[in-house]
Design a protein around this ligand. Structure first.
Ligand SMILES: NC(=O)c1ccc[n+]([C@@H]2O[C@H](COP(=O)([O-])OP(=O)(O)OC[C@H]3O[C@@H](n4cnc5c(N)ncnc54)[C@H](O)[C@@H]3O)[C@@H](O)[C@H]2O)c1
Length: 250
């Protein structure tokens, strides 16, 4: 399949791009490198040294012969996204390209607005792009477990059957997000559901829990392919901060 991995320079996107390429898929990455710029803003960095995206894909080609094309650009710029979609005509679009830190979104008004504009507009552009240029393309979108909050009842897979005043319906499970970042994901989920309903787009919205770990079979093939690992108080998740450096890297 032809697959675009948006956010393919990031923690989840880079190993995913390598994995899909290794399986024989034809992979292209979109990334605007904003995560590396945020490292500078926060005076932080990945605890593992990470090569540039150009160095990474060149090493991958040298080792496997597989080319991963890269597009340096922003999903919130529709002119850019439209050209990439027309050029690639993907069968699947794996969408990791969002601001993904709850603490970052809560720093102040500016960071909250940036997070919601970046995430909601980017995903809306992807939905329109699929509708206009590749209506059969399957969207795989990373949402978050945090969309649900922590209700006192078991969380159902997306929907819940409710009986109210003698009538029954199957409704989306209530969302109780705990930050402006998590709210951006809820807005995305609504937009994706609506786009599927009105345009017949195919989408999988994964309400993913924390992803932990560092290495995959592919990233271990060479130090240049090493994945990023955030350990700071804004982007480092507790699992990655306290467990992985101890377990994974003696
Ligand atoms: N890491 C986790 O534990 C986890 C858990 C649940 C969900 N997710 C979701 O998975 C996705 C990826 O998370 P991650 O940990 O890999 O984050 P990350 O910050 O490491 O990677 C995101 C990548 O997307 C890029 N990006 C951001 N906005 C962009 C835009 N507008 N246009 C183009 N590129 C853009 C960044 O430069 C970065 O390389 C996010 O949507 C996140 O919310 C992650």
């Amino acid at each position: 399949m032809k697959i675009i991995v948006a956010g393919g320079d990031g923690f989840c996107g880079w190993p995913t791009a390598l994995y899909l390429s290794k399986q024989g898929h034809d992979v292209a990455i979109i990334d605007n490198m904003v995560r590396r710029k945020i490292d500078n803003e926060l005076h932080s960095n990945s605890i593992t040294p990470i090569a540039t995206l150009e160095e990474r894909v060149a090493k991958w080609k040298e080792l496997t012969g597989n080319e991963i094309r890269t597009y340096d650009g922003d999903l919130t710029h529709y002119d850019f996204l439209r050209e990439v979609l027309k050029q690639e005509m993907p069968d699947a679009f794996v969408h990791f390209a969002e601001q993904r830190s709850a603490p970052y979104s809560m720093i102040d008004r500016e960071h909250a607005v940036y997070t919601q504009e970046n995430n909601v507009s980017g995903t809306l552009n992807v939905l329109y792009g699929i509708k206009e240029f590749v209506p059969d393309c399957h969207l795989i979108k990373l949402g978050t477990m945090g969309e649900y909050g922590t209700p006192n009842i078991p969380i159902e897979e997306g929907y819940i059957e409710i009986e109210h005043k003698g009538r029954k319906d199957v409704l989306p499970f209530p969302k109780q997000p705990g930050s402006f970042y998590h709210l951006s994901k809820v807005h995305d989920s609504h937009n994706i559901t609506f786009a599927c309903k009105i345009w017949g787009i195919r989408a999988t919205d994964l309400n993913q829990g924390v992803v932990y770990g560092l290495d995959t079979d592919e990233t271990q093939m060479d130090p240049v392919l090493t994945n990023r690992l955030d350990y700071d108080d804004v982007f480092g998740t507790a699992l990655n901060r306290f467990i992985i450096p101890v377990c994974n890297r003696p």
